[in-house]
Each structure stands twice: as structure tokens, then as C-alpha cells.
Design a protein around this ligand. Structure first.
Ligand code: ATP
Length: 408
């Protein structure tokens, strides 16, 4: 074997370097093409992701449509395969229904409470257990923190409510001695936002009573077939937690005049009203459960609800007078840092506003000060707030008929 000469040695080294360089370039080219391929793949995936997101959005909208109330409540009595179930609806009949693909069918077992879409009758929602669900339908406060001094411009109404609701709770013996039955319930009527709920809460506060609030329209519109049952439950709960004030807002939704031909929805309302009347007739007027109903539409009420022994006292809660507006403004500005604000002048500009509007005016005036980085609220803030809010209200009235128009 001959040893390579010096020149041969250099030549070999050059070839080696060339090969290494070539290999490196090939590697780089390969990596670059991998990057390109991956980039293309990424773009494809992003596109697919975009498509899928669109599909999810369409399905979500479809699901929302299915869940639009009114829904029928039912209880699963049997499961048929993976996609069907036998459901006893709370309106009476049983149905073999399909389970919507949006529902995890494993969660559907006999006894599960579900909601059915009214048109397709397919299972579109699983309800929490009965107790939790009931809690959603009513608002319960042990002792509300509203006192009579937080209500402005309603002195006459406060006196009447105290006489009719509070006195029988605090001094039932007075009624016994005189030999008259205290009223079981009182109906408050007037435009929205005038303080009906406040009055009911203040009575509960004064008498250390529990406060249960129901909203008539929710009772009958949200879940078909549950209204009557809920009314029954509310009275049971009220007796267990007595003394109790049951406040039924928008009572017209369950107690409007009967119509000749009853549609499904009307029948539901009728059942709820019957249950309410039965509960009212069934309890002692000397007992410690009182009902306060509220409505903006006294003209459409069924007279059955106004018979003696039911809502036998009716109290109007009107929009505030000029003095009332000043009183309410004083209440809502009590903790505000005012500078040069003449509440009587503010009241002149706020003519036609109800309590809820006045509260909104005070909050808006405060917000204007904060927006200006000021720590005090001026007359101008109030005037701008009134202008803004009354403008918004006018727009609202222009679009929808408002019950308050009844009151002029
Ligand atoms: N007379 C009032 N005095 C002080 N504040 C009031 C008065 N009326 C309304 N408000 C304010 O407006 C808010 C809403 O009032 P409230 O819920 O009592 O009205 P409502 O008559 O029950 O209305 P709705 O008929 O819409 O249920 C209250 O929380 C309170 O801040």
C-alpha cells in the first residue's frame, strides 16, 4: 500500500468538504421544503377550523331557536335506544320523543326532568332538580333591607299599606276584638317604576317577615304546566317561613279576564289562576301570610281576583306629584356630593318622571361628574342627565306601546 502524496491529500480533503457542504445544503433544502409543507398544512387546518367555527355558530343558533320558551316540562319515564325517550309532560299526556343531538343522551334516564320544544316535542334541555328549579322561579329574601323612609312621595299609600297588611300581622288581636276579618291581600296598581315593589319590601322589613316575589308573566310563559304547581309551592313555602309577604308582580298575566275560547296558553293561565284563588281561599285571613299583588293593567283583571276574601283592598300607586319628585330626589341624592344643586329646580325639569326614572337620573348625573374627573355633582349634570334619559324614554315610547300611557 502506497501512502498518498501531499497533493493527493489536499485533493481528498476538498472532495470531503464538498460532500459535507452538499449534504448540508441538501438538509437545508429538505428542512425548507418541510417548513413549506407544514405551512401549507397549517393554512389548510386554519381554513378547516374557520369552517368548523362557522358550523358551530350555525348549530348554536339552531340550538338557541329550539330553546326558545315556552317549553314544555316533562319527566322521562323510559329510554328507548340512544335517541328516543318516553316523556310524561306536565300538561298530562305522555309522548315518545326524540332526544336533540345537542343533549348528552347518557344523562337522560328515567326520572330526569327535561324541557320539550313545543313544536317538535324533542328534548332540548335537561333541568336541574325540582328544588333548584323552583328557586330560580321565585325570589326569596329573609328580611329585605328596604325601609319606609327610602320611599318618596307615597305617604298616603304607605299609611294604607300599613293599615291593611302590617296591622293584621303585628296586632291581630285588634281585629279579633273588633270582630272583623283583616284583608288577606292588597292589590297595588299604577305605572311601572312607581315603587310598588318597594312598598311590599318595606312592609316585609317592618314586620320582620320573609319576602317571596313571583312574576306573573314568568309563571305562565317560561315553562308550560308549571304555573299552578309553583303557586302551590309558594304558599307552602310561605306558611313554613311565616310571617311571609308574598309579592306577585304583573299579576294581570295570570289574572286577566277570561276569554270564551281558550287556547292552550290561556288554559295554562286559567289553571294557574284557579290555583291562586284556591290558595287564597284556603288560608286564614288572621294568619301571618299576606299577599300583595301588583299590576300596571287593573282594567284587564278578572273580577274573581278582587272578590272579598281575596284582594279586597286596592291601592293606587300613581306617578309622583311635583312634591313627590323632590322627596324621591332627596332620597336618591342623600349620599351624593352635590355642589350648587337646587333639587326643586331639578324636579321642575323632571316632570313626568317616576321613581325608577329619578333614580336613573341621579346615577347618570353622578356618572357625568366621574367622566369629568370631578368629585362633586352639579346642576348641569342633573339637567344633562334628565335630557338624556327623557330623550331615550321618548324614543322607547315611539317604538312600543307602553302601559303607562293609560295613566296619561
Ligand atoms: N317612590 C319611590 N321612592 C324612591 N325610589 C323609588 C320610588 N319608586 C321607584 N323608586 C326607585 O325605582 C326602583 C324601581 O321601583 P319599583 O321596583 O318599586 O317599581 P315598581 O312600581 O314595582 O315597578 P314595576 O311595575 O316595573 O315592577 C326602586 O328600586 C327605587 O330605586
Amino acid at each position: 500500500m502506497t501512502t498518498p502524496t501531499y497533493d493527493e491529500d489536499i485533493g481528498n480533503k476538498n472532495i470531503d468538504t464538498d460532500i459535507a457542504e452538499f449534504k448540508e445544503k441538501a438538509k437545508i433544502a429538505e428542512l425548507e421544503s418541510t417548513i413549506l409543507r407544514m405551512d401549507l398544512e397549517k393554512r389548510g387546518l386554519l381554513k378547516a377550523n374557520e369552517e368548523l367555527n362557522k358550523e358551530v355558530e350555525v348549530l348554536r343558533r339552531e340550538l338557541e331557536k329550539l330553546r326558545v320558551p315556552p317549553l314544555i316540562i316533562g319527566t322521562v319515564t323510559d329510554k328507548v335506544g340512544k335517541e328516543k325517550a318516553v316523556v310524561k309532560s306536565s300538561t298530562g299526556p305522555s309522548f315518545l320523543v326524540s332526544i336533540s343531538k345537542f343533549i348528552d343522551s347518557n344523562e337522560i334516564v328515567p326520572g330526569t326532568r327535561i324541557c320539550l320544544n313545543q313544536q317538535t316535542l324533542s328534548v332540548v334541555e335537561i333541568l336541574p332538580n325540582e328544588k333548584d328549579y323552583r328557586a330560580l322561579a321565585m325570589e326569596i329574601e329573609e328580611k329585605p333591607d328596604i325601609t319606609f323612609d327610602k320611599i318618596g312621595g307615597l305617604d298616603k299609600q304607605i299609611k294604607e299599606v300599613k293599615e291593611v297588611v302590617e296591622l293584621p300581622l303585628t296586632h291581630p288581636e285588634l281585629f279579633e276584638k273588633v270582630g272583623i276579618e283583616p284583608p288577606k291581600g292588597v292589590l297595588l296598581y299604577g305605572p311601572p317604576g312607581t315603587g310598588k315593589t318597594l312598598l311590599a319590601k318595606a312592609v316585609a322589613n317592618e314586620t320582620n317577615a320573609s319576602f317571596i316575589k313571583l312574576v306573573g308573566s314568568e309563571l305562565v310563559k317560561k315553562f308550560i304546566g308549571e304555573g299552578a304547581k309553583l303557586v302551590k309551592d309558594v304558599f307552602k313555602l310561605a306558611r313554613e317561613n311565616a310571617p311571609t309577604i308574598i309579592f306577585i308582580d304583573e299579576i294581570d298575566a295570570v289574572a286577566s279576564k277570561r276569554t270564551e275560547s281558550l287556547t292552550g296558553g290561556d288554559r295554562e293561565v286559567q289553571r294557574t289562576l284557579m290555583q291562586l284563588l284556591a290558595e287564597m281561599d284556603g288560608f286564614e285571613s288572621k294568619g301571618d301570610v299576606k299577599i300583595i299583588g301588583a299590576t300596571n293593567r287593573p282594567d284587564i283583571l278578572d273580577t274573581a281576583i278582587l272578590r272579598p276574601g281575596r284582594f279586597d283592598r286596592i291601592i293606587e300607586v300613581p306617578a309622583p306629584t311635583a312634591d313627590g319628585i323632590v322627596d324621591i330626589l332627596k332620597i336618591h341624592t342623600k349620599n351624593m356630593n352635590l355642589k350648587g344643586v337646587d333639587l326643586e329646580k331639578v324636579a321642575e325639569h323632571a316632570e313626568g318622571c317616576v321613581g325608577a326614572d329619578l333614580k336613573a337620573v341621579c346615577t347618570e348625573a353622578g356618572m357625568l361628574a366621574i367622566r369629568d374627573r370631578r368629585e362633586f355633582v352639579t346642576m348641569d349634570d342633573f339637567l344633562s342627565a334628565i335630557e338624556k334619559l327623557t330623550g331615550e324614554k321618548e324614543e322607547e315610547y315611539a317604538f312600543k306601546e307602553h302601559p303607562a300611557v293609560m295613566y296619561g
